[in-house]
Design a protein around this ligand. Structure first.
Ligand code: GLN
Length: 198
């Protein structure tokens, strides 16, 4: 768990429920020996600043380039994107996934949004996933090598309809939503399988 800011504890609980052994990472030395990394939801601009302040940015980028499996949720998805729209002036991402994300795309401040989703490789039509979006980004552009795992149902209507909200590229997994808040550990189980396969 990248544990500089955000809802670390909820992700750690979901990882425990998925058979993983989560440990907090706050300094570069703590990256050694990890089999995977989860970047939680929170505030991407703050996580970005703290990554730089704690000298974690370059080692995490190197680990991503080395193939470390990383799952980013919400702010974590922003951090894994190669490009961010509506970021702050000096906001940087770690990058690694060839996606362009729009920050706070579903609305600002207290805006949150929920819907049932089909997630490729995780749900069946009979067992959709309740997805909670909290000041969430969406994926506005998907580049080469990126597999779309989930889109907002078109029946939802409005600007969110059809937007990409979960994707995978190699060992990198992102979701706009927060599976750690619903007690449904299927996304974390999927990530733990990805880590085991590696
Ligand atoms: N809006 C936040 C950001 O820009 C993300 C919100 C979240 O992680 N729930 O980082």
């Amino acid at each position: 768990m990248l544990a500089v800011q955000g809802d670390v504890r909820e992700h750690a609980d979901a990882l425990l429920a998925s058979g993983a052994q989560p440990v907090p990472v706050r300094r570069p030395g703590e990256l050694a020996g990890l089999h995977g990394l989860v970047i939680p939801g929170g505030e991407s601009t703050v996580i970005d600043k703290l990554l730089r302040a704690f000298e974690l940015r370059d080692p995490v980028r190197a680990a991503i380039a080395d193939g470390l499996p990383v799952y980013g949720s919400c702010a974590g998805m922003i951090l894994l994107a190669d490009e961010v729209l509506d970021g702050t002036v000096d906001q940087q991402t770690l990058g690694g996934m060839a996606i362009t994300v729009r920050r706070n795309a579903f609305g600002r401040q207290v805006d949150s949004f929920e819907t049932d989703l089909q997630v490729a490789g995780i749900t069946t039509p009979a067992t959709p996933m309740r997805a909670v979006f909290i000041r969430a980004p969406w994926v506005e552009h998907v580049g080469a090598g990126v597999q779309v795992l989930a889109t907002v149902p078109t029946a939802v209507g409005g600007p969110a309809a059809g937007r990409v909200v979960a994707a995978r590229a190699g060992n990198l997994l992102v979701t706009s939503f927060h599976p750690e808040v619903t007690g449904d550990a299927r996304v974390h189980e999927y990530f733990v399988r990805l880590v085991r396969e590696r």
